[in-house]
Design a protein around this ligand. Structure first.
Ligand SMILES: *Cc1c(COP(=O)(O)O)cnc(C)c1O
Length: 396
């Protein structure tokens, strides 16, 4: 089934306020997600936060079930958090690291993840090995397989980087980690909501993601999938009275399943908003979302590529809704500012967000235009016209 774009836009207030090409930063929420949150906040105001939470038990349970449907797992395998980074760190901090253990990652790795790995290296003596990319710019899966050794404890891979349209071959990596018996943590922060994810098909042990990006959920929401084998074996670095029970004066028992990776306090309006956003995505269908976003983004790349001075910077054999480019004679910031004057909202990916990749390609910054299924071809034309006006050849 194809996306009914006029309906999607009618259900999205933000499309009336300029051209928003920042789904990779924080996408426009559909009205149902806004309404669900506002209703809950009113209920909290009327009856108190704990009482409103009681009333919302069904909706809260639905958030876990909806995420289970999204990822093809059981609700008990989902933990809710406040961000993708929190989710990712809860796993990495729970693994029983010893000096000399190795973690393998790729060139597309995200700053917050890599900083945590550097902390493990600095404080615990963990060794980081970066698996090079292949000629297409995706992680070289054969090299990955060769690099895994007896000391390798974890493969941590970013599925879709923050700075471009690359889609790393997650399922190929999963096949390798399964065969070698090494844990696999997939950062699906940019892919959740735009790519049809299935944790069984991918073969990952853990998956982290956020609500606000392609899922169109609220800010301050994130989630984590944990394979049941691992939730039994790991103990989070921090436990509280939700993630564990205080069973005797001198004893505690962590909760079973992914629940042990949660903490007590939640913004429940956000939890309900996230569940509503996931249900909304499921109602369109992830294959339809993926197809439309992929088509829009390749259309945009083709049109941008025709503009003199533009260089498309996206890597990979498979690409998604993030388009990155540079324009000769212009800094990425200046392009962003010039487009903002015409109410076209793109962002800049700085070197420090994905330093391994940007250093290798000698890039300081790229312009990032990230489309969603509610984006129209006409909006892409407006972007391309605006970029063409800036382009050096048209000034000559
Ligand atoms: C945005 C992003 C994150 C961090 O998500 P938060 O919800 O802000 O923690 C992690 N990984 C990638 C690839 C991202 O683009």
């Amino acid at each position: 089934m194809e996306i009914d774009v006029p309906r999607a836009r009618a259900e999205t207030e933000g499309v009336g306020h300029g051209i928003h090409l920042n789904a990779a930063g924080s996408a426009l929420m559909p009205r149902c997600v806004v309404d669900a949150q506002v209703r809950h906040i009113h209920d909290e105001a009327a009856h108190g936060g704990y009482e409103a939470c009681q009333h919302a038990q069904g909706q809260i349970a639905r958030t876990y079930a909806a995420l289970g449907e999204l990822l093809n797992c059981r609700p008990e395998q989902i933990a809710l958090t406040d961000s993708a980074t929190t989710s990712w760190q809860r796993i990495v901090r729970a693994l029983p690291w010893q000096a000399g253990d190795r973690v393998l990652t790729g060139e597309a790795e995200y700053a917050s993840n890599y900083i945590t790995l550097l902390q493990l290296a600095r404080h615990l003596g963990v060794e980081i090995a970066v698996v090079p990319s292949d000629a297409d710019g995706q992680i070289d899966v054969d090299r990955l397989a060769d690099t895994i050794d007896a000391r390798t404890r974890l493969v941590a891979l970013t599925h879709v980087p923050t700075n471009g349209g690359l889609v790393n071959p997650a399922a190929d990596v999963g096949a390798v980690t399964r065969a070698k018996g090494v844990a696999f943590l997939l950062d699906a922060c940019q892919s959740a909501g735009q790519i049809d994810l299935d944790v069984r098909r991918i073969g990952c042990d853990f998956l982290s993601a956020t609500g606000r990006k392609y899922l169109r959920g609220p800010r301050g929401t994130g989630f984590l999938y944990v394979h049941p084998d691992w939730s039994d074996r790991l103990e989070p670095a921090s436990l509280d009275m939700r993630s564990a029970r205080w069973t005797a004066a001198d004893a505690y028992t962590p909760q079973p399943g992914a629940r042990k990776f949660e903490t007590f306090e939640f913004n429940y309006a956000g939890v309900i908003g996230l569940g509503t956003a996931v249900d909304y995505a499921l109602s369109w269908g992830l294959p339809a979302i993926e197809a439309r976003i992929g088509w829009l983004a390749s259309t945009l790349r083709r049109r941008l590529d025709r503009i003199p001075g533009v260089t498309i910077r996206d890597l990979g054999r498979d690409t998604c809704g993030i388009c990155s480019f540079t324009l000769d004679g212009w800094s990425a910031e200046a392009v962003k500012a010039a487009l903002a004057e015409q109410h076209i909202r793109v962002t800049v990916s700085e070197r420090a967000a994905t330093r391994l990749d940007m250093d290798r390609r000698r890039l300081d910054a790229v312009v990032r235009a990230s489309v969603h299924y509610y984006t129209t071809e006409e909006e892409l034309d407006r972007l391309c016209d605006a970029v063409a006006e800036l382009a050096p050849a048209s000034a000559a």
